[in-house]
Write a protein that binds this ligand. Sequence first.
Ligand SMILES: *Cc1c(COP(=O)(O)O)cnc(C)c1O
Length: 380
Amino acid sequence: MIPRFKPKIGWSEFFTLFKRSNRAVGEFEREFAKAFGAKEAIAFPYGRSAQWAFFKALNISNAEIVMPAYTCSVVAHAITLSGNTPRFVDISFDDFNMDLDQLESKINEKTRAIIATHTFGYPQDVQRIEEIVKAAEAKYDTQIKIMQDCCHAFGAISNGMLIGTAGDVAVYAFNISKTMTSIFGGMLTFQDEKLAQTVRQWRDANFYPPRTIKSLKRRLYLIAVYIAFSKLCYRVTWWLMHKSRLLHKYTEAYHRDERIHFPPDYRESMTNVEAAVGKVQLKKYQSIVNERCRRAKFYSNSLKKTGWILPPIREGATYSHYTVLIQNREEIIRKYALNGTELGEVIQYSVPDLDCYSHIADDCPNSRQVAKLAVNFPVS
Ligand SMILES: *Cc1c(COP(=O)(O)O)cnc(C)c1O
């Protein structure tokens, strides 16, 4: 069975689990900042904790934060749990990203931040967002922060620049389904050292050190993942995921789309063992990205005649997912599974259509359509 995603973990990550790594979090932060062209990087237990902490640290509350409608629901949850309200912008069919022609109409005097997501590794035009934000700041006499969400887009290039190097802050996440992993974990990167310092002080005062049991659990989790995704075992893993409720129960505590909640340990800092794994992965991420670009081109050639809507091949894109739009999605997924390939439904909801956000009247038809048709092909 070819899995729909597979973390690139091998012996070096495995051995790291048994080494001492007292200072790994600080080292991971510095090495990450260097690799992604930032002055500072600050580590968090999850990507969502990082987004939440940024708004808290800057005292952004009772405000509106603009985000794309088609993205991971935890982004909206992070906004809500920080005491703010998400506003949704519909996406464009071209590249699954926020349609910038509609951005201005969602900004008003209450807007304090925009989340610019580079969905599936397609770089969003951040320069254009900066222009729109500047005009809005002058119009409403406010300050609006731009947070780039790079969770799908490690190393993507926009207008000749590495993404994340413009804007006020960029967020990355490292769970096992991401381009590179630190078991769990998230990171904020900054170009402005003063802003970074504010956030770092807030984090240090409001997050607590990881307990020993967490380090132990994280080690066991990575070992389990290593086994579950191995060639020999993946059939069984697939069966457990699709035919039984066993693994479902486990993932539910961590994440349920339709409920606004965070895992209970969302303020328990990243462990050194996670950071140590992240450091190893940092050395691999470029080759992971290169491989994904090759796979994307391979699919675009091989699937040409299917009549499905294929995603664009773009300069600078990094394809965290290769996402095809298919009318009879369930049937195709079933057919591929019978032939030993697992296809996924990436994000199978439009965030404003989730019950918990139905009170926000932002209608986003493109997002709803993509949520219904999207199928992701294995890229690893
Ligand atoms: C994964 C992801 C996040 C948050 O990551 P967690 O570590 O799971 O909290 C945020 N935004 C996007 C687009 C993501 O894919």
